[in-house]
Every structure is written in C-alpha cells, then in structure tokens.
Design a protein around this ligand. Structure first.
Ligand code: C2O
Ligand code: CU
Ligand code: CU
Length: 490
C-alpha cells in the first residue's frame, strides 16, 4: 500500500514535470528521496562563543558515519559546522579568522547589516594559510542569523562539506520578554547530504539544474538525532542550511506552535501556526510547548508534503525526535507583544526594479556562461538574463532610500529563494502561484521564496553601508552557476 502510494506520488510529480521539461531532462528531475534514520543519536548543540572576542579557523576534519570515516569541513575545531557566535545588539563583533583549508574561502554574515568589505563578497577571499579580521558593529534586531562561506563558485561546495554556523543576537528588550533560554533555547540547522560516497561535492548536470539533494538529513550535523525534553516551552531556532531542499516544518502530532521570529529577528507578536515552509537560507524562531506530551512519549519534527515546487515536496519525512523525559512546571507565559516591526509602505518607494528569475529548464546551458568561468555544456542559471560578474555594477541605489524589487518567476519551472546581502527587507506581495503572503513572511526577511509561476515583490530601505553587495538565488547550485548580481549602495 505504502509502495503504491509512493509510486503514485512519483508519477504525479513526473507528470507535472513533463509539462515543462523535455524527456531527456526528466530522468533525475525530481529531488532525491530522503531515507529516514533510527533517531537514536543525541543531537549535537554547537558551543556558544562570545562574538566580541572570537577566533577560529576553517579546517578539514572527519566524522564517523556508520563506522565509516568521512571527510568534512568545520570551523573552530568542529568536525562539521562551527560554534554559535553570540552577541548583544550594539556591541562590536570581532573575529580573528584563519583559513586552514587548501582552497580560498571567506565568511558571509547572512542577514546582518555588515559593511561591504566585511560581508564576504565573492572575490574578497582569504587564501590558504591566510588570516582575516572581521570587525563591525552589530545593530540588528535580536534574532537568529547565520554564517557560511561565499567564495565565487565555491559557496555550494564549501557549505555542503560542512562550513556554516549560527550568529545569535540578543538585547535587553528581548531579555525582558523572558523567552525560554539556556538549555531551552535550541538552534537547529537542517541539511540534507549524500553520504553514500563520503561527503564529497560532485554535482552532475541534473544537480546543477534543480540543486543538489541528499538522501540523509543531518540536524546540527547529527544524523538521526533526538533530544530529551521537559514538559515545558522551548524556543527552537530553525534554519534551513541545505543547498536546495525546502522543508515544510511541522510537528508529527499536528500540534500548533508559535512563530516569534523570522530572518530579521523578533516579529511584533507571536503567531500561532502548524507549519512553516523554509527554503535554503530562511529562518523561523518558534516556541513549542511539550507540556501535553506524556512522559516517555515522543513527537517528531517533520517536513510535511507541499505543492507548487515541481521537483520537491512529494514526500513527508521525519527530521528529529523529541522525547519527554522530565516533568517540569512551565515558567513561561506567552507575551502578547514581542517587538514592534515598522511597516514600509509602497508609497515611500522611489522606484520599482524588475528582475526576471524564471528561465525555462536548462536556461543558460552552454550560453555565455563562458564570460565568467562557465564552460559550454555546463548548466548555468541566469538572473535577469545575466550571469554573475564581479566587475559589473548591475544596480546602483542610494543609502536611506526605499525601493520595490520584483522577482518574476512566472515563466520559470524551478523554485528560487532570492536573497539580498547586507540588509533586511519586507515582503510586499506575491501574485501567481500561492498568490498571497505566508504568515511567516510578515516580519523582516532577507530571503524570499518564489515558486514556479510566482512573482514576488519586496520593499527595501537601503542601509548606510556604502559599497558593493550581491543578491542571488540561495539555491547554492544556482548561485554558483551565475544566478547572482551586484548592487552598489551610494
Ligand atoms: Cu546565505 Cu549570499 O548568502
Ligand atoms: Cu546573505
Ligand atoms: Cu534558483
């Protein structure tokens, strides 16, 4: 029965795909299926370090999976991922970074309003053996941000092999809300990997088209993870740190949770929901109450099915297990107000820029990708008909002004999570496809998902950091295949 159901789902998926792809592309045009684990490994929680006085290196390492030793990359001595950098709003971030890899790298502070020369611009790299001092004032809203490498055409490879970490900002205002903290405040980065042949990054043309999908889910670098919990409210900071896979986060018992934060930190008031869909790069801060779960019973964080993405969403799979092991009285009361979000309005915008992000199937295959490292026959992904060129200024904007940017995927056949560096924006409207804003898109955002057929408008106020930044698709295979442009703040 289960087999038949699966088969139907696959057939349905293929049918939808046939409509927009020719048959020789069809072979692997669906995301690789996830193979669920036994959930008997205690989840790793990355150590928290003080971001005002930090120092770490990027280095290759190994992890043990099913008795096999696998090569990985990590920060600060971690075999995979890196420490959680923590800072109070208003403080100065200071990191002495050393590159102990055998390839150039850099670090991008995803979601932070960072100065251009600190932001991990694709060609600002630290060579093997070199050092770089990241130092800037952090004035962003309290919330969940993250960091990962961003070297031109190697972001996907380095992030996939293990380089990423959390960057958490707190503030006295947030503290006053008495949100769950310490062992009740858990960052969770979800990533899919292909572990059949070690953790090597070797995408084929299908992977380069839809993105690289793995059959194994790792949460905080742990395969098949569990966490023992108490009967109380937890703050889970969800981050989709995958190259291409989208997750529709839900609880296996269908229970509701409260969303308290988005990409750009705390939202104005808690919002109750039973699922939150996150594409690569996006975050959601949620409060989950395990108070009604019986002692020794488990509930799973799962990814539910979803529609609209063509290549993925057909499978429901578990991500991690929570087992209640302790009865505790919950000291937490839900605040009715979190942190006011100033609403940017359409009338404040001085101009609208339109970007076509939809390309048909293999889009830029063999096109002028050559102008930037592309090779004939290698899949390229254009953004507004162009491929990334660090020597170009694609868009010039003024600090302090407000603009509307429209990402048009109406003719596209793929999902594109669009991300801007160095700022937070608001999602204004979505037409086509879902034709609405999702409830988790109402706060500050730095990444917004456009399904095939959708046109998404965002509204941006450009910060005072003058200089050049990138914006790109956060499907990392797309990003590395040219789907990235520059904007310069003047
Ligand atoms: Cu998280 Cu330019 O990326
Ligand atoms: Cu970013
Ligand atoms: Cu894309």
């Amino acid at each position: 029965m289960k087999m038949i159901k699966m088969l139907c789902i696959i057939l349905l998926g293929s049918f939808i795909f046939i409509k927009c792809h020719n048959s020789d592309e069809l072979s692997n045009s669906l995301a690789r299926k996830v193979i669920e684990q036994a959930f008997n490994n205690p989840i790793a929680i990355p150590p928290i370090i003080d971001a005002t006085n930090a120092s770490f290196e990027a280095k290759s390492n190994t992890i043990n999976v099913d008795g096999k030793s696998i090569n990985t990359l990590g920060y600060g001595g971690a075999s995979i991922l890196g420490p959680t950098l923590k800072i109070e709003k208003g403080a100065i971030f200071n990191l002495a970074f050393t590159n102990q890899l055998s390839e150039p790298t850099n670090i991008h502070w995803h979601g932070l309003v960072a100065p251009p020369l600190q932001d991990g611009y694709p060609t600002d790299v630290t060579n093997p053996g070199g050092t770089f001092n990241y130092k800037f004032m952090v004035n962003d809203r309290p919330g969940t941000y993250w960091y990962h490498p961003h070297p031109d055409m190697s972001t996907a490879s380095q992030a996939y092999r293990g380089l990423a970490g959390f960057f958490i900002i707190s503030s006295p205002e947030e503290k006053a809300l008495n949100l769950p903290e310490g062992q009740y405040d858990i960052p969770l980065v979800v990533q899919d990997k292909r572990l059949t042949n070690g953790l090597t990054y070797n995408p084929n043309n299908d992977d380069r088209t839809i993105g690289l999908f793995g059959e194994s889910i790792l949460v905080n670098g742990t395969m098949g993870p569990f966490l023992d919990v108490a009967t109380r409210t937890y703050r889970l900071r969800l981050l989709n740190g995958s190259n291409a896979r989208i997750y529709n986060f839900s609880l296996s018992n269908g229970a509701k949770f409260n969303l308290i934060g988005t990409d750009g930190g705390l939202i104005d008031s808690p919002k109750e929901m039973s699922s939150v869909l996150l594409s690569p790069g996006e975050r959601a801060d949620i409060l989950v109450n395990f108070g009604s779960i019986a002692m020794d019973s488990s509930v799973f964080l799962v990814s539910n099915t979803f529609s609209g993405a063509y290549a993925q969403g057909y499978q429901m799979f578990k991500l991690m297990k929570f087992t209640v092991k302790k009865v505790e009285t919950d000291p937490f009361t839900m605040p009715s107000i979190l942190m006011p979000v100033e609403k940017l309005t359409q009338s404040e915008s001085i101009t609208t820029r339109k970007f076509s992000i939809g390309h048909d199937g293999m889009g830029g295959m063999g096109h002028n990708g050559m102008s930037h490292g592309g090779t004939a026959g290698v899949v390229m992904h254009p953004l507004d008909g162009k491929f990334f060129d660090p020597n170009r200024r694609d868009e010039v904007v003024r600090a302090g002004t407000i603009e509307i940017w429209e990402f048009d995927n109406s003719i596209g056949t793929e999902t594109h999570p669009m991300h801007l560096h160095g700022l937070q924006f608001q999602v204004l409207k979505r037409t086509g496809g879902r034709a609405m804003l999702e409830p988790w898109e109402l706060g500050w955002k730095d990444t917004v998902l456009a399904f095939p057929g959708e046109k998404v408008s965002i509204i941006i106020r450009f910060p005072d950091n003058k200089g050049k930044f990138v914006f790109h698709c956060h499907n990392l295979e797309h990003e590395d295949a040219g789907m990235m442009l520059n904007f310069e703040i003047q």
